[in-house]
Design a protein around this ligand. Structure first.
Ligand code: ADP
Ligand code: MG
Length: 726
């Protein structure tokens, strides 16, 4: 095995950047592989195009006749580009993307072959999808699922296949994907936000959520990856002593990007641009071999699709450059993990960013409603937001001293935070005097000035206001952004609806509109105050303070996931038609199952690796020492004082081997006992409590052995090699 490690290192020493030569400018290739509205115009009749445009902007159903025309247009465009197959492309709840390719081939009665694709095939497919996670929604005897076209996200070409973004539902109509509830949550926040905007501007007819994700990831050389079964099977290293140097000098962040990585990024960006993903930034992240890319923000549904597409494109392109991309939240112990910051805001059809302070008191009142409602949403549904981002991988990242804490709090910056507190003082329940009102409005009008100075960035907050948007930082790097976006959209929409209802009630009682708004703002600011936190989210004091404030400090995945089944979550999702009770439970069950399986796999892989790789290697080295000591004994009468170091090492090796061996047996026994528990949730909790601790305990001894054993026979690539080979 050690041979593999050294062959890999030799291979890496010979690697050169995989250059791809000249490429056209991004403005030329952008969206080349996307069947955008622009392209449709060329392939559809004017009449059909207008009909489609209207249906899209008003969210109307697309009839079969129009679907036939769109399908014909898509096929014509795709076939001209050498496309042979089509697929419905969807996001099942395992977090990946799924596709089942069908050829355009069709046989005519006379035996002739044509390429065919019609509206029926565009609009709906019936994949036999019985092995997608369904949380008990689908019985095997009705294993069918349906995919249905999402016209809001354009079709694209990937690997000579026409990919049609779709939703994925069970035979019984229940959602089995992220997109279905995502679209419903977007519709909910659209309606709720438009209603608020109507207080200020009658021209606002539509509000979209915007999302700009920042994707962090690690690259590792393919040869080293192949020599690490834990990376291959679990996506993270289960052992490995930290490298003498890793990120302590902080010399990686924003440093110059290594040549092989630059070549990879250039190709990735090129592919993304062809797919219409507006990738804009790239840089080194804090840990060695950790990087980040981010696009220009887009409408949230499209942005989620684009992030899913990015992740699969990354994997494909990385291989061409002899890299593997690690999307796991914590591939290496002791260095930073990877997240996916979700920058989120709301944008009106009139071009106003509702989370951007405006130029006058009126627009700032509107801004304050959206700001305060978002804070209140995080306060009310912090548990749900947490449930939407926890996973087995993210569990290892969250709560560390370099990732957002698991306590959901909102960071505003001192100025804005002070401004809200001031508003509470200035507004009162009794009728305000004209002077008081003027002063208040003047203050509110000053926000933009203040914001310009407000450059503080609190990196320790899971949910931070960054001047014109909120940044949800707790999302895991491998996650589908849909999960957290559904929760956030719905939670904020619920608050906006309540805000409107309460304000209208005051107006009906005769309170002037402005004053009514100020009063409800005041109420919401007071109510949501406990969730606001400006200090160091990593500190121990904050954990204690948060508990006093009644915020959830739950760290473990399964207890956190239970928020999906809380009464509060049900009221939010079920009452607003986003997810039914059954769908909600299914989501919880699926997440529970995935957690359990991943932990089980890690435990097994660790057991195999230590028994088959580590212990044999340690014994081999111990034998070398024994031979040495025996030889010394033969020639030196005082060998014991000469060979004391070797003798001590022999003992230490035996000690670690024994510890490892015993703990692996105990861990296996713990798994057996846990596996006997019929209830899946109880089983997952038993795994957390009884199996999970062994992973760290066993690792401790393996890492000690790594420091002891001759480097030449150590089988697994070491951290310094994984983190610094590029
Ligand atoms: P930083 O690292 O400083 O947070 P980046 O430039 O890496 O900034 O990423 C910021 C992300 O936020 C980008 O994807 C950007 O497009 C996005 N963003 C900016 N404004 C908005 C907005 N109004 N709504 C959603 N996302 C936004
Ligand atoms: Mg950011």
């Amino acid at each position: 095995m050690a041979k593999f490690r050294f062959l890999a290192l030799q291979e890496i020493a010979r690697r050169k950047p995989v250059e791809c030569g000249e490429r056209p400018r991004c403005s030329v290739v952008f969206g080349e592989n996307v069947f955008s509205m622009d392209k449709m115009r060329h392939y559809l009749s004017i009449e059909a195009y207008k009909k489609l445009e209207k249906a899209m902007s008003e969210g109307l159903a697309i009839d079969r006749g129009l679907a036939d025309q769109v399908a014909a247009a898509m096929k014509a465009w795709a076939v001209e580009r050498g496309v042979t197959h089509y697929t419905h492309w969807f996001h099942p709840l395992n977090g990946a993307t799924a596709e089942k390719h069908d050829s355009f081939i069709d046989l005519l009665p006379d035996g002739d072959v044509i390429e065919s694709f019609d509206g029926r095939l565009l609009v709906q497919q019936e994949p036999d999808a019985s092995s997608f996670p369904n949380g008990g929604i689908r019985n095997t005897f009705e294993a069918r699922g349906y995919t249905a076209w999402d016209p809001a996200s354009p079709a694209f070409i990937n690997n000579r296949t026409l990919c049609i973004p779709t939703i994925f539902v069970a035979y019984t109509g229940e959602a089995l994907d992220f997109k279905t509830p995502m679209l419903k949550s977007l519709a909910m926040i659209d309606r709720a936000a438009v209603d608020i905007c109507q207080y200020f501007d009658k021209d606002v007819q539509r509000v979209i959520a915007t999302l700009g994700w920042e994707q962090e990831y690690f690259l590792v050389d393919e040869a080293l990856y192949n020599a690490r079964p834990d990376l291959k099977l679990c996506g993270r290293t289960l052992m490995g002593h930290s490298s003498a140097k890793d990120q302590q000098l902080e010399d990686q962040y924003f440093g110059s990007i290594p040549a092989r990585v630059t070549a990879f990024m250039e190709e990735l960006e090129y592919e993304c641009h062809c797919l219409g993903i507006p990738i804009k930034t790239r840089h080194n992240e804090v840990a060695p071999n950790q990087f980040e890319c981010a696009p220009i923000f887009e409408e949230a549904n499209l942005a989620v699709d684009h992030n899913q597409l990015l992740m699969s494109t990354m994997k494909k392109v990385a291989r061409r450059h002899n890299f593997r991309v690690l999307l796991h939240e914590k591939p290496y112990k002791g260095v930073n993990g990877s997240g996916k910051h979700n920058n989120w805001s709301l944008l009106t059809n009139t071009g106003v960013n509702l989370l951007s302070p405006g130029k006058n008191p009126k627009s700032n009142m509107q801004f304050l409603i959206f700001l305060v409602s978002t804070i209140k949403a995080v306060y009310e549904h912090g548990d749900l937001l947490k449930a939407s981002i926890v996973s087995q991988g993210n569990e290892a990242r969250l709560g560390g001293d370099e990732a957002p804490p698991v306590i959901m709090s909102v960071f505003l910056g001192n100025y804005l935070s002070g401004m809200l507190d001031e508003l509470v003082e200035k507004v009162s329940d009794r009728k305000m005097s004209p002077d008081e009102k003027t002063e208040l409005k003047l203050n509110v009008g000053k926000i933009p000035e203040i914001m310009l100075d407000n450059t503080d960035r609190n990196r320790t907050s899971p949910f931070a206001f960054t001047g014109n948007r909120f940044e949800f930082r707790a999302v895991g790097s491998s996650a589908n952004c849909g999960g957290p976006m559904i929760a956030l959209n719905a939670a904020v929409a619920e608050q906006l609806i309540a805000f409107k209802r309460e304000t209208d009630a005051l107006i009906e009682k005769g309170v002037k509109k402005d004053e009514a708004i100020f009063q409800i703002l005041r109420k919401y600011i007071i109510e949501s105050k406990p969730v606001r936190f400006e200090g160091n989210g990593y500190s121990k004091e904050w954990r204690e303070e948060a508990a006093r404030r009644g915020l959830s400090t739950v760290v473990d995945c399964i207890p956190a996931l239970k928020a999906y089944c809380s009464e509060k979550a049900k009221r939010l999702f079920v009452d607003n038609g986003i997810l039914s009770e059954r769908e909600l439970e299914a989501r919880f069950e699926i997440k529970n199952e995935i957690y359990l399986k991943k932990l089980q796999i890690e435990s097994r892989v660790l057991g195999d690796l230590v028994l088959n790789h580590i212990i044999p290697t340690a014994i081999t080295y111990q034998n070398t020492l024994l031979t040495n000591v025996t030889a010394l004994k033969n020639i030196l009468p005082d060998y014991e004082s000469v060979a004391d170091v070797q003798i001590e090492a022999i003992r230490t090796i035996s000690y670690h081997i024994r510890e490892i061996q015993t703990m692996v047996s105990d861990m296996t026994e713990a798994r057996k006992q846990a596996n006997a528990i019929a209830d899946e949730v109880a089983r997952a909790e038993e795994y957390t409590e009884k199996v999970r601790p062994y992973l760290e305990k066993i690792r401790y001894h393996v890492d000690k052995l790594e420091l002891l054993v001759d480097d030449e026979i150590w089988p697994l690539p070491k951290y310094r090699e994984l983190l610094f080979s590029r």
